[in-house]
Design a protein around this ligand. Structure first.
Ligand code: SD4
Length: 299
């Protein structure tokens, strides 16, 4: 039993997942509940997740999310969902209650409504902080001071030996309306397969999606690679092929509950408290241990 999540702000999700998994809930139920904790918290929206996220260039919050069940390779995602704060729950419904794997835009909004989710006005998904940032963006036509690429990705392994991956993000602040990143794409933002384990990524999705890193990590594990080696190999390959620096970090979990992480980040500054981390921070829980934040050094 184990779970791992991207960045420091995932700790609340990992705490929730650890509690749920130890209470014999499935990795799928535990993961959705853990991700919902962050999606619903307006104070973590500035990390580009759920309520309180930055809007797109036209002032509309558009969210992407996905979930993948390693037991049967079932997958569900929503892209550019407007008016709903918990996109991963809608993604779960796509996986379990529709005959499709991905629903986007107005179709995703209609699907969410049909599934019983209650739509909110765009304004209630924003906070004073993100409203002001958007006003500043409109005046200067510039992005936020520093382009951020945070995303919440969580991987869980339950007592029954099932692994699940989930991702939720708004994408970059003031993105082009309709832009979809790597997060809701299977094999890119996330992948889970009980034959090997699960992986997920965070960073510049416009670049990372070209490398299908999550599938690649899981495939390497399936072929016998250790979880850390698989992460390092895939990140090294992206770095070499891309040539120029970009933001990328990966997390992975194998069926023994061992975790790995790798990144191209020399440092990460927490926008909330300005704390500087020398590498890529992530949260992890493993059976018998307390959930903690660990830091993966630049590769
Ligand atoms: C994306 N990887 O949409 C996600 C989240 C992110 O800037 O990096 N946003 O590209």
């Amino acid at each position: 039993m184990a779970c791992i999540g991207t960045w420091t702000f995932s700790l609340a999700a990992i705490n929730s997942c650890a509690d749920q998994i130890q209470s014999n809930h499935t990795s799928l139920d535990s993961l959705i509940q853990g991700v919902n904790v962050i999606e619903e918290d307006p104070s973590t929206g500035v990390y580009l997740v759920g309520r309180g996220s930055y809007p797109n260039a036209e002032g509309t919050v558009q969210l992407d999310a996905a979930v993948m069940d390693g037991e049967n390779l079932h997958f569900g995602s929503v892209c550019t969902l407007e008016g709903y704060s918990k996109p991963i729950s809608v993604a779960r419904c796509v996986m379990e209650k529709s005959k499709h794997s991905m629903i986007v835009g107005s179709g995703a909004c209609k699907f969410a409504h049909d599934m019983g989710f209650v739509a909110e006005p765009n304004d209630s998904l924003m906070t004073e902080e993100t409203r002001m940032a958007y006003e500043k963006y409109k005046l200067s036509s510039q992005s936020v001071d520093q382009v951020v690429h945070d995303t919440l990705a969580v991987l869980c392994l339950d007592k029954m030996g099932n692994v699940t991956a989930g991702v939720s993000t708004s994408g970059p602040p003031f993105k082009t309306p309709g832009r979809v990143g790597d997060s809701p794409l299977p094999g890119c933002g996330l992948y889970a397969d009980n034959m090997a384990g699960a992986a997920a990524v965070t960073g510049d999705g416009d670049i990372m999606m070209r490398y299908c890193p999550s599938y690649h990590i899981v495939r390497l594990m399936r072929e016998g690679a250790g979880v850390q080696d698989a992460c390092d190999k895939v990140v090294t390959e992206m770095k070499e092929r891309h040539g120029a620096p970009f933001e990328a970090a990966v997390i992975a979990l194998n069926m023994k509950g061992e975790v790995g992480a790798s990144s191209l980040l020399k440092e990460w500054i927490d926008v909330r408290n300005k704390k500087v981390y020398n590498g890529f921070p992530y949260s992890v829980w493993q059976l018998g241990k307390t959930p903690t934040i660990q830091i993966q050094q630049y590769l």
